[in-house]
Design a protein around this ligand. Structure first.
Ligand code: PLP
Length: 351
């Protein structure tokens, strides 16, 4: 491998590669802990309290991953054989190994969004009327920010309208808010403004917020009481989990506001990449910390692109044959973005 001038790997694959900060490691070292399955870990209890408050819910549950949080939510909301309305490009439908079918026994019914933004019309189309032949529709799942659409934001207004519509139809709403704080920071609103009308929300501590492990599921007291049982059923009771929760508390206290820096970096990257021949970027979708590019104009040379990036110590995610994703995060500086843009210009020139 060639040396790059900054002497490190620029890892833009995902914000999940973020490493815990010094403050987190120190908090982990000092964490007061107990057996969380007995409800006796003071650090987990504190994290759950702070987390519930942040999203305006009565209670919260610390879970080991976002996928586990979403699964527990589906198990808690739905009985087996019931139907959940799920967006076509959502994480739950595409990237959770089919857990809702295999483990929750829930029927997914798919609706389409416009760049991650749902509409009442699209949802209405897939709601079934009562009929003895049909499964019961119990739940609507939303995603904010929307990962596969480019990290796009669903505004509090649309969240409200869609949730109120679902609730009129006696359908509960779960929000996959893995990157909820990216949305709230980008909009300059409190996260609870976005989650106000949902029945449950999951968000990740381990992505842009840089905690090593963990996500939160929040909802009503009753909902979380039931969810806690499902967490146990899945083997997700973690004993002295305060070691991990301590990092989560630091994440919520000091890592949220700085997400705006990641958003600036994504914007910088996207705007520079649109100027390069052969690269297509939909700037409209660059709203938070992600940049998706389309390289179909390169045809079969696309494999050179990813190889050359790799040779220059730049890592990105390949989403499909011609689609690549760059995610900015705590480990990425402005210099890293400039280095990446320079290298991509060189690479495109030689292929
Ligand atoms: C990452 C992600 C998840 C799952 O989180 P894990 O902690 O990786 O299991 C769920 N939903 C969305 C939108 C995500 O981006």
């Amino acid at each position: 491998m060639k040396d790059n001038k900054i002497g490190k790997t620029v890892d833009l694959r995902s914000d999940t590669v973020t490493l815990p900060t010094f403050a987190m490691r120190e908090a982990m070292f000092r964490a007061e802990v107990g057996d969380d399955v007995y409800g006796e870990d003071p650090t987990v209890n504190k994290l759950e309290e702070i987390a519930a408050h942040k999203v305006g819910k009565k209670a919260a549950l610390f879970v080991s991953s976002g996928a586990m949080g979403n699964l527990i939510s589906l198990l808690t909301h739905c009985n087996r054989g019931e139907e959940a309305l799920i967006e076509d490009d959502s994480h739950i439908y595409n990237y959770e190994a089919g857990n809702i079918a295999s483990l929750a026994g829930v029927m997914p019914r798919i609706f389409e969004s416009n760049k991650g933004v749902p509409s009442i019309e699209a949802i209405q189309k897939v709601i079934r009327d009562e009929n003895i032949h049909y499964p019961k529709t119990t739940l609507l799942c939303l995603e904010n920010t929307h990962n596969l659409a480019g990290g796009t934001i669903v505004s509090p207004q649309i969240m409200k309208e869609v949730c109120q519509f679902a609730q009129q139809r006696k359908i509960s709403v779960h929000l996959d808010g893995a990157r909820l704080f990216n949305a709230s920071v980008a909009l300059g609103v409190e996260p609870k403004k976005i989650t106000e009308h949902v029945d449950s929300v999951m968000f990740c501590l381990s992505k842009g917020l840089s905690a090593p492990v963990g996500s939160i599921l929040a909802g009503s007291k009753e909902f979380i009481k039931n969810a806690r049982k499902y967490r146990q059923m899945l083997g997700g009771g973690m004993r002295q989990a305060g070691i991990l929760a301590a990092a989560g508390i630091v994440a919520l206290e000091v890592m949220i506001e700085r997400l705006s820096i990641d958003h600036q970096h994504a914007r910088l990257l996207a705007e520079a990449l649109t100027m390069i021949d052969g690269i297509k970027v939909d700037l409209e979708t660059v709203q938070t910390n992600m940049v998706y590019i389309d390289l179909s104009e390169l045809g079969s040379f696309v494999s050179h692109f990813s190889n050359e990036l790799f040779n220059n110590h730049i890592l990105v995610s390949q989403i499909s044959k011609y689609q690549f994703r760059f995610v900015t995060h705590y480990g990425i500086s402005k210099e890293d973005i400039e280095y990446t843009v320079d290298k991509i210009k060189e690479i495109i020139k030689i292929i």
